[in-house]
Design a protein around this ligand. Structure first.
Ligand code: KG4
Ligand code: ZN
Length: 328
């Protein structure tokens, strides 16, 4: 049995987890900073980093207590090394290295994007690569092929905005608060996408683009002007959501046709979206088995980092790299 302590501080969630054998969560304590950043309408990097530093000690105690684990029982400390906000990553890595040194444990640096895929292995402990993954988060809309543990090949990505970023910007245009994605999801539930159709972005191959859709929403809102009703806004939210979701799934569909795989994973913060969850299951159908982590494992958390840290090979250097791609 291997016990991994996971630490995640790449953006605005502070999280500490204890995971057994990379597959079973013993504790996954998450503190969201949304209340801290709300008045600024977005994440303020300096505030985020300081808050991670202040909260980590208490979250660590909570996680160890919940898991009923002593530091001496741990086999590995896994920490997000990128991508993310540099100051936030430095806090996580600094704390992880300090603990690992004090406890005489190995530390491994983890790619946050890998973590989103490995969240699926916490949801389904029997899940093994090869698999096709769609990771949709605040900064990424990536289609990847995972051939084996620790080996990822990007086969599709966005040319401009990520899906989560598009949702956040649309939410702002619709007058919804921060964080935008979940608020737009809620508003879309009372809207009808047919009443306010928006274009569905379509590029050749496996590339995404969401900036044109964003502009279309801006113009539609400008045309409606002062006369815009709450129902219009709900309809626009639903139309925007539908365009993003169908675009994401059109490429997943294409990738599935091109490459036979038995397993598909859709993960990352945007995978918490209600319509995406429903439509992904329909689009994948019986061509492959689809795993979408439960909501609290889609958004940022340390359990997925612990899982990726143990199962993804290593230990690897915990060098902070804010613009890390899919490489280790
Ligand atoms: O993976 P994540 O928690 O953080 C990053 O690694 O970026 O993803 C955050 C993104 C944000 O853009 C947020 O608005 C979006 O995921 N998101 C959603 C929903 N929940 C979170 N987007 C649409 N619908 C949701 N229910
Ligand atoms: Zn994330």
């Amino acid at each position: 049995m291997a016990l991994t302590l996971g630490i995640e501080t790449s953006c605005d969630e502070t999280s500490v987890a204890v995971v057994e054998d990379g597959r079973r969560i013993l504790a996954n304590v998450i503190h969201s900073q949304v209340d801290l950043h709300r008045e600024f309408g977005g994440v303020v990097p300096e505030l985020a980093a300081r808050d991670h530093l202040e909260r980590l000690p208490h979250l660590l105690d909570q996680a160890l207590e919940k898991a009923a684990v002593q530091p001496a029982d741990l086999d590995l400390v896994a920490v997000t090394r990128g991508p993310g906000l540099v100051g936030c990553l430095l806090v996580g890595v600094g704390v992880a290295e300090g603990l690992a040194t004090a406890w005489s444990k190995p530390v491994t640096g983890v790619n946050h994007l890998w973590g989103h895929i490995y969240a699926a292995m916490l949801a389904r402990p029997d899940l093994e690569p090869p698999l096709l993954g769609l990771v949709v988060s605040g900064a990424h809309s990536d289609l990847v092929r995972m051939a084996e543990h620790g080996r990822f090949e990007v086969i599709g990505r966005t040319r401009d905005d990520a899906a989560g970023e598009a949702f956040d910007k649309a939410a702002r245009m619709l007058g919804l608060g921060f964080p935008g994605g979940p608020a737009l999801d809620r508003l879309a539930r009372s809207g009808n996408p047919k009443r306010q159709r928006l274009p569905q972005p379509s590029l050749a191959g496996l590339e995404y683009s969401f900036s044109g859709l964003k502009t279309a929403l801006l113009y539609r809102l400008r045309d409606l002007g002062e006369s815009v009703t709450d129902q219009d806004r709900a309809d626009l939210a639903a139309a925007f959501e539908q365009s993003v979701v169908e675009s994401l799934l059109e490429k997943l569909d294409l990738a599935l046709d091109e490459r036979r795989v038995a397993e598909v994973v859709v993960a990352g913060g945007v995978a918490a979206n209600t319509l995406l969850r429903k439509r992904a299951a329909e689009v994948v159908g019986d061509r492959a088995r689809l795993t979408m982590p439960p909501l609290d494992l889609c958004t940022d958390n340390a359990a997925m980092i612990a899982a990726a840290g143990l199962l993804g090979g290593g230990p690897r250097p915990a060098d902070v790299d804010p613009s890390l791609g899919w490489e280790p």
